[in-house]
Design a binder for this molecule. Structure first.
Ligand SMILES: [Fe+2]
Length: 215
């Protein structure tokens, strides 16, 4: 799923494998790591699982930031090691700190992401949309020039992200999806933290079904 403009530009998708642990359980997971930029600089969303594969994908480019959609350990486990290796900041919404502290008690993020904040990489804008529910400060990123939404674990093909574990709320994720994500143009491609992509218009008609089924 690489968009036009040259190999790996402006968006590269890397699928990495590892585990997610919370509430005493551990699960095998595959994560999407997104690299957005050009041949000079890159912004990395959700540095998961594979330090060497992500380092190789970055290459000798300058890293603008390691940006975390949320702080479940599968999305942030390589953030400190990569931040040290590439001398780049880790950015996160502050409401994710209870989860961040569980993943990395020894290390703070370097900066905060807030709703509406715009990040830049390789001439592209990436607007932060704070979309809580899956976790308290879950954040999606909209790249209007690419017509792409990086939705983290908030919106997937087939419905909202999981809300059955600690620090989650089904009512809140529905509100975030309805009031923030589904207001984007219908042809916006939605690229989540796991699995395949979808579009706003393919998901929007199912909102009432999700509410009725409760997940
Ligand atoms: Fe998650």
């Amino acid at each position: 799923m690489t968009a036009a403009r040259g190999p790996g530009e402006p968006v590269d998708r890397l699928v990495t494998s590892g585990t997610f642990s919370l509430d005493g359980g551990t699960w095998e997971v595959d994560n999407n790591v997104w690299l957005i930029g050009d041949s000079h600089e890159v912004l990395v969303i959700d540095p998961a699982h594979d330090l060497e594969a992500i380092s190789t994908a970055i290459g000798n480019r300058r890293v603008v930031a390691f940006v975390c959609t949320h702080a479940h350990d599968d999305h942030v486990n390589q953030a400190p090691a990569l931040a040290d290796r590439f001398g780049a900041p880790i950015l996160l919404n502050p409401d994710e700190m209870p989860l961040w502290r569980m993943a990395h008690p020894e290390r703070q993020p370097d900066g905060w992401i807030t709703h509406g904040q715009v990040l830049h990489a390789g001439g592209l804008d990436l607007r932060a949309l704070v979309t809580p529910g899956h976790s308290p400060g879950s954040t999606s990123f909209h790249a209007p020039e690419l017509n792409v939404l990086f939705s983290g674990d908030t919106l997937f093909q087939g419905g909202p992200g999981a809300t059955g574990r600690s620090f989650s709320s089904f009512e809140t994720i529905i509100e975030s999806i309805r009031d923030t994500l589904l207001t984007l143009p219908g042809d916006t491609q939605v690229w989540p933290g796991h699995g395949d992509f979808t579009t706003v218009s393919s998901e929007a008609p199912h909102l009432e079904e999700w509410i009725a089924r409760g997940h």
